[in-house]
Design a protein around this ligand. Structure first.
Ligand SMILES: *Cc1c(COP(=O)(O)O)cnc(C)c1O
Length: 577
C-alpha cells in the first residue's frame, strides 16, 4: 500500500514490477561495462518502480553502488539496511548534511557553498564526509565549470588534509550520450580527462571516476571509467530514440493495468467525456478505465493513448479525466465486461503497448511515463526470490518458499509435490549435505506410490523406483558427477525418462545445463541463521521455482504445494515486500 494510504488498500489498478527483468537488465549492463562497477540509479522511487525492491534486485544482479538524486532516498536505503556505497546529488542549502555524513552517504559537491556546508557538517558529525566533486563538462546543469571546479578541487583537498572530507570521486554527466556518435560526447570526455589530470596533479587519491548514464554504459565504452551509473536501462527501457529495448537486450520491468469499472452500450453519435472531443460513429460498447491524470496518466493522451483489452488494442476515446478515461471497445457486444483487465503498457508481449508507445503519442520520453505513475497505485513486485543465481531462462514461475522446520515437514512437502508431478517431469534438488534432499525425494516417492526404499543415490548414480499403481516410475539420480542427463539415458535403466518423474540431486550452479523445463527446489538454511554447531537447528526453507513452458503460468501458490507465498512469512526477503 502506498505510504499515507490509510484506506482499504483496494485499488482497481496496479503496477506490476518484474524483478527478474530488473536483474537481467543489470546483468546485461554489467556485462557491457566489464571494467566498471555498476551504480544502480534508483532516484524518483526507482523511476516509479519502487526504490527498495529495485535496489535489492539490482544488488543481487551485481550492482555494487546505489545512486539517488534526493537525500531522502539515500536515507531510506540506509534505513532498509543497505551498506553499499550510496551517492546522493540533489539538495539545496540547509540540507541535513550532518545526518547524511552520519549515515555514511556519499555527497556530490557541485559548488563552493556545498563544500562549505559539508565541511561544517563533518565537524558537527565528528567524521569526514565522503564527497564526489562534480565538474560540469558541458551539460550546463549541475557541477562547476572546469576553472571554478579547479578551485573547488583545491579547497576540497585542503579540507581532506584537515580530515574534514575524503575526496572519493570526480564525476560529471553527459548531455547527448543517447545521440550516437555525437561529437559533444567526446568534447565532454576531453574536459573530464582534463579535470582528472588536474585532480591527479593536485594529489587526489580517487576511488572512482564516473561519467556514464545508461546510454553511455551501452554505447560509449570510453566513458565507463571506474563506475557506470545506469538508471533507465535497469528498468528495461531504451535511452535511444531509434532503438527499442528488445534490440539492445533489455526487458521493460513495469506493467500498468486496471480493471474496467464499467462496460455499456452507447448509441451512434454519443459524445464521450468532457468537451465531447470524441463522438461514437456507430452503436458501440464503451468501457471505463479507472485511471486518470490523478494517477499520472498524461492528459495529453486524450484520444491517442493505446490500451489493450482482451488482446485487442484500443485508443483512448475523449479526454483523460482525473480518475478515469473511456475506451470505445467497438460494436457487436464486445466480449468483455466490467472487471476485465486493461493493460496500458507492459513489456510489449503479444501486442501490448509499451511505455515507449505512450511516450511517442504524447510527445515525451519513456522516462517520464514510468516515473510519473502515481504512488497511489499499488506496486506489486514479482519475480523469483534469490537463491537460484539467475538461470537466464524465460517462462519462470514466481518462486515460493516453504518453511521446513523438521524432516516430517520435508517429507510432507515431497508428498504434496508428487500431486503436481507427471511423467516426463524433471525435479532438480540443490542443497548442501544433510539439507534433506533424500528426505524430500522419499516424500515424492511416497506420494507417487512407487516401490521403496528411497535412499541416498550417492555412488549408484541412478536408481529406478517402479510405480506400484501404474503411474510414472521415479528415477532418482545423483548427478554430482554427471555432465548431462543424456548420460542417465545411456545407463540403460529399466525406465525411460519420458515416462518417469526424474528427481536429480544436483550440486549448485550447474542446473543451467539441464532441460529448460524443470522444477527447481533448493533447500537452504533460513536467512540470517548461522552455521554455529552449538546453536539449535534452524531447519530449512525450500525455495521452489518452475522454469520453461511446462511450468510457465503455473502459480505454485495455487497448487497446494506451497503454504503461503514468499512475503507472507515472518521474515520475507526484501524484494517481495
Ligand atoms: C538520472 C541520472 C543518471 C541515470 O541516467 P539514465 O539516463 O536514466 O541512465 C545518471 N547520473 C545522473 C547524475 C543522473 O541524474
Amino acid at each position: 500500500m502506498p505510504p499515507g494510504d490509510a484506506g482499504s488498500g483496494y485499488y482497481p489498478a496496479r503496477v506490476i514490477v518484474d524483478l527478474d527483468a530488473i536483474r537481467a537488465n543489470v546483468r546485461r549492463l554489467a556485462q557491457g561495462a566489464p571494467s566498471a562497477a555498476v551504480m544502480a540509479v534508483v532516484k524518483a522511487d526507482g523511476y516509479g518502480h519502487g526504490m527498495l525492491p529495485v535496489a535489492v534486485a539490482a544488488l543481487e544482479a551485481g550492482a555494487t553502488w546505489l545512486g539517488t538524486a534526493q537525500l531522502d532516498g539515500a536515507f531510506a536505503l540506509r534505513a532498509a539496511g543497505h551498506e553499499v556505497p550510496v551517492l546522493a546529488w540533489i539538495y539545496a542549502p540547509g540540507a541535513p548534511f550532518a545526518a547524511a555524513i552520519g549515515a555514511d552517504i556519499d555527497l556530490s559537491v557541485p559548488a563552493p557553498w556545498a563544500l562549505i556546508e559539508v565541511i561544517r557538517a563533518a565537524r558537527e558529525a565528528g567524521r569526514p564526509a565522503r564527497v564526489h566533486l562534480k565538474v560540469d563538462t558541458g551539460l550546463g546543469r549541475g557541477g562547476s565549470f572546469l576553472e571554478p571546479w579547479t578551485d573547488l578541487l583545491h579547497a576540497a583537498l585542503a579540507a581532506e588534509q584537515r580530515g574534514e572530507v575524503r575526496v572519493v570521486g570526480v564525476w560529471s554527466h553527459l548531455a547527448r550520450a543517447d545521440e550516437q556518435g555525437h561529437p559533444g560526447v567526446h568534447a565532454q570526455i576531453e574536459v573530464f580527462e582534463e579535470a582528472l589530470r588536474r585532480a591527479d596533479a593536485a594529489g587526489a587519491r580517487l576511488e572512482v571516476r564516473h561519467l556514464a548514464n545508461s546510454a553511455a554504459t551501452l554505447a560509449v565504452p570510453e566513458a565507463h571509467y571506474d563506475l557506470v551509473r545506469p538508471g533507465l536501462a535497469i528498468y528495461g527501457l531504451s535511452p535511444f530514440a531509434h532503438r527499442g529495448a528488445a534490440e539492445i537486450g533489455l526487458r521493460p520491468a513495469m506493467r500498468l493495468e486496471a480493471d474496467l469499472a464499467l462496460v455499456k452500450a452507447a448509441p451512434a453519435g454519443q459524445g464521450v467525456s468532457y468537451g465531447h472531443t470524441y463522438t461514437t460513429t456507430r452503436e458501440t460498447m464503451l468501457g471505463v478505465v479507472p485511471l486518470g491524470y490523478g494517477d499520472g496518466i498524461p492528459r495529453h493522451a486524450s484520444n491517442v493513448g493505446p490500451v489493450q483489452v482482451a488482446g485487442r488494442r484500443h485508443t483512448i476515446a475523449g479526454r483523460v479525466c482525473m480518475d478515469q478515461f473511456v475506451l470505445d471497445l467497438g460494436p457487436g457486444g464486445a466480449p468483455v465486461a466490467a472487471g476485465e483487465r486493461a493493460v496500458l503498457f507492459g513489456a510489449g508481449d503479444d501486442g501490448e503497448p509499451t511505455a515507449r508507445d505512450w511516450a511517442d503519442v504524447v510527445g515525451t520520453i519513456d522516462y517520464e511515463i514510468v516515473t510519473r505513475i502515481g504512488s497511489r497505485i499499488p506496486r506489486v513486485h514479482v519475480g523469483s526470490a534469490d537463491g537460484f543465481g539467475g538461470t537466464g531462462v524465460s517462462d519462470v514461475t514466481a518462486a515460493v518458499e516453504v518453511p521446513l522446520p523438521d524432516q516430517e515437514a520435508t517429507e510432507a512437502l515431497g508428498r504434496r509435490l508428487a500431486g503436481l508431478l507427471r511423467a516426463g517431469d524433471l525435479v532438480v534438488l540443490t542443497g548442501d549435505l544433510g539439507a534433506g534432499k533424500t528426505t524430500l525425494t522419499r516424500g515424492i516417492g511416497a506420494g507417487l506410490d512407487v516401490r521403496g526404499p528411497v535412499a541416498s543415490p550417492t555412488f549408484i548414480i541412478a536408481r529406478v523406483h517402479p510405480s506400484l499403481v501404474g503411474g510414472p516410475d521415479l528415477v532418482h539420480v545423483d548427478a554430482y558427477r554427471l555432465e548431462s542427463l543424456d548420460e542417465v539415458d545411456a545407463l540403460d535403466l529399466d525406465a525411460s525418462l519420458a515416462d518417469s518423474v526424474t528427481v536429480v540431486e544436483w550440486g549448485e550452479g550447474v542446473v543451467e545445463s539441464l532441460s529448460e523445463d524443470r522444477l527447481e527446489v533448493s533447500l537452504d538454511r533460513p536467512r540470517g541463521t548461522g552455521t554455529d554447531p552449538g546453536a539449535p537447528d534452524p531447519g530449512r526453507v525450500a525455495r521452489l521455482r518452475g522454469t520453461g513452458p511446462r511450468w510457465s503460468g503455473i502459480d505454485l501458490t495455487g497448487t497446494g504445494v506451497a503454504v503461503g507465498r514468499v512475503g507472507e512469512q515472518a521474515d520475507p526477503p526484501a524484494d517481495v515486500r
